[in-house]
Design a protein around this ligand. Sequence first.
Ligand code: UD1
Ligand code: CA
Length: 459
Amino acid sequence: MKFCAVILAAGRGKRMNSLKPKVLHEVLGRPILQYTLDAIKTLNPAKIVIVIGSGAEEVRKRINDEAISFVIQEKLLGTGNALAEAKNALIDIGDSTIVALNGDSPLITAETLEGLLKKHKNDKNYFSFLSFIDDYVSGYGRVLRNKNGKVISIVEDKHTTSENRSIKELNGGVYAMEPEILNCLNRLKKHGSSGEYYITDLVDIASKLGKRVNAYNCPSREIRGINTRAELHQVSEILNSKIIYEWMEKGVTFISPAATLVHPSVSIGKDTIIYPNTYLEGNTSIGENCIIYPGARICDSVLGNGVLVKDCTVIENSKIEDMSTIGPFAHLRPHSTLGRNVKIGNFVELKKTVIGDNTRASHLSYLGDAIVGENVNIGAGTITCNYDGQKKHITKIDSDVFVGSDSQLVAPVTIGKGAYVAAGATVTKNVPPGALAISRVKQRNIENWAARKKLKKQN
Ligand code: UD1
Ligand code: CA
């Protein structure tokens, strides 16, 4: 269907009480504006114009999409003025329908937008918009109809009189209109109280010109404009719960959905169980039959099947193969890769480290810039000293190595296949395959030392 889109996103969002432009506040890790944009893009518009103003450069940079024409609204004189600012960018659209929508309503779906467009075309309307019925929300424009049910105008909440306060049909802020409407923009009047021009007044103007104007009901859950922090929270909660219930349908167990956060681009395999206070963020993919215990945060990472993530574990931008166990209290920092059946235990930190199949680092270790082979045992308290104050260096531990507890491996260093590092060693030289590296001072016992010390104290 041929159409062009205008997203209104210039408002300063005063009610957010923030230094950040309203449309860049995030719902489940993505800017509010991104949701509206993604929904409209699904329908392949011939052109997308976004009107920006408050924090314009920041918005342009964050959205960073060359297919979009950004238009600056110099003075924030309302939604009607925002559309007027887009006029020049729409000069070449011919007879395309224009879909204009608020950039602060992230729950709108592509299906609903498509439905509006279809009805607009089928009913040969001049101006169409989405309305919804809701008893509880406030701040929305009310849809006024005449005795025959014909839409005649939209009255903003703050201008509502007592006679139409009981109207429950509200304006969703999504409009489809014929391009000639752009010639009506100079008829918009400034509202004295707010000093703003309202896009909603086009309804009154078009119906007075005898043009066909219609409002179509859509589910109220899709029309949630974010004007306040409370609404930001409510919308995030609605979306999060929608995502989680969809995963439940696909066979994932959530112990406490309200206390779990799942971003839109996460995927989760069948029979995986997610405990509360877990955050699955960004482009994360979790396999089948995994268990994610409470308090995990997994971001931009890929987990295979049967992976066990124990309590309070952070996994960032990492990859974990089937049947591995991580945590409790482990931290996988970016670019860590674990093979199959690996065990990363309590208080172990990894950074940019590759670990081979069946290798274990069960307690209190730091492995940074390390390449570790298969079947390696990393003893408790082992540290790779990867940083010399200026540069990072690599530690290479070949397969079947045993690293004793409390060792320091001073990089760059290589420990050959099947070698042993004795507990407490400071390894500064390469260890040949099959060798034992030992670097501790020889132990000496002083007989009767305790008794002598006691005697000394008494004198
Ligand atoms: C608007 C509608 C209201 C509707 C509601 C639905 C008007 C006058 N009112 O009210 O009928 O029920 O949306 O959510 O349109 N913007 C600009 N430039 C401006 C002002 C706003 O680009 O000068 C943008 C904002 O960034 C926002 C959108 O337009 O994305 C809507 O503005 P907002 O002030 O939030 O309008 P509402 O009061 O919510
Ligand atoms: Ca709004």
